[in-house]
Design a protein around this ligand. Structure first.
Ligand code: MRU
Length: 364
């Protein structure tokens, strides 16, 4: 998507054809910084410390990390070791494991001397594929927005609630939950997005709001607890969120707080959609509760908040007493029964084993 008048993806190969450049998301919305990363250690840090984040982007970044390792040492031992190193950076998003598995599956049969070039090529393809998947998700989600718009007065916007950032910053381009929103905007369907701030790291306030503002999408930032109240008042037409891992039974693991939005949506008959590319489906897990590792991040993310001070410094401030302990589970699981539909690249699936099997029969 564009930043100013320049088109950016969130990650791209540098001119040296060995390192990558990424948008360093830690500083947004205050500062737009691009970082070059050329080592596996650098890639691991960028994923773990969330310079890049969002399930699909984590996967693509890891794929480039594998390519960097292959350029130094294309042995089987190095391939297995880099899989392990990168896999442990963030435990919940399945796209990370998907991309690492895909790179290993593709590279293992090749002679070592061919692996580095092939790895960079395959990582680039995975990045391109992500863009295509998101465009297709956008087209499928657009039809849902169009149908809701058709039931409203012409000038009234479709009010959409979203949580966290499943935008272009969370993918290579377009985003998952935001792709239908961007396409609706292009199609001149009036939309208005309620952006959950998404404590503790504020990906909604910092990233989704920045995306919406940058692309001229009317939006309003709300605190995480406001969604239920707005739904009770009929001010939200639909919810669209992303996911870090959706199980074969259609349970949806996503940013902490998603479950509460789904409960409120069910109680108020507000359709609750989840947008996802197929690499986000974990076909090995049925019941999401208990079977998905939930990332526990630093309590400091709860006790300290990043912001920009009046004199222009990007800094952290403490919001709780020094002595108060904090807990920081980063994701929760929304049971399939609370999900209206899964917006995939192939169409909108029912959130159930049968629904997903019908959409992806080759997996059944
Ligand atoms: O911890 P984050 O910022 O990586 O969490 C991101 C989310 O929860 C997104 O909703 C999810 O990865 C889907 S991104 C298309």
């Amino acid at each position: 998507m564009n930043v100013g008048d320049r088109h950016y993806r969130t990650i791209w190969l540098s001119d040296d054809k060995r390192s990558v450049e990424i948008i360093d998301q830690r500083w947004l919305p205050h500062d737009f910084r691009v970082e070059r990363i050329g080592t596996v250690a650098g890639i691991a840090t960028a994923i773990r410390d969330m310079w890049v984040r969002g399930a699909p982007l984590i996967g693509v970044t890891a794929a480039y990390g594998v390519a960097m390792r292959m350029a130094d040492d294309p042995s089987n031992a190095a391939l297995d070791a880099v899989w392990e190193t990168l896999h442990e950076t963030r435990p919940t998003a399945i796209n990370l494991r998907w991309a690492l598995d895909e790179m290993r599956r593709f590279l293992k049969p090749l002679p070592p001397e061919q692996r580095a070039a092939a790895a960079y090529r395959r990582a680039g393809e995975i990045a391109d594929e992500d863009v295509g998947l998101n465009r297709a998700i956008g087209a499928n989600g657009l039809e849902i927005i169009r149908a809701i718009a058709a039931r409203k007065q012409k000038s009234e916007p479709v009010n959409i609630l979203t949580h966290c950032n499943a935008g272009w910053l969370a993918t290579v381009d377009y985003g998952t939950a935001t792709a239908p929103i961007y396409l609706a905007t292009e199609a001149r369907i009036p939309v208005h997005v309620y952006v959950d701030e998404t404590r503790p790291r504020n990906q909604g306030a910092q990233l989704t709001a920045w995306e919406m503002a940058g692309h001229g999408v009317p939006h309003t930032l709300i605190v995480d607890n406001a969604g239920g109240h707005l739904m009770q008042r009929g001010e939200i037409d639909m919810v669209i969120v992303g996911t870090d891992r959706t199980t074969a039974d259609g349970d949806v693991c996503n940013k902490i707080g998603t479950y509460l939005k789904a409960l409120a949506a069910a109680d108020n008959d507000v359709p609750f959609y989840v947008a996802l590319p197929s690499p986000t489906i974990d076909w090995t897990v049925g019941n999401g509760l208990g079977e998905i590792p939930i990332e526990q991040r630093s309590p400091d993310e709860v006790s300290l908040v990043w912001g920009k001070t009046a004199d222009g410094k990007i800094a952290q401030v403490r919001v709780s007493p020094e002595a108060t302990p904090a807990a920081n589970p980063a994701f929760d699981v929304t049971p399939a029964r609370l999900v209206t539909g899964l917006i995939t690249e192939r169409g909108v699936a029912k959130a159930s084993r049968e629904g997903l099997k019908a959409m992806f029969p080759e997996r059944g």
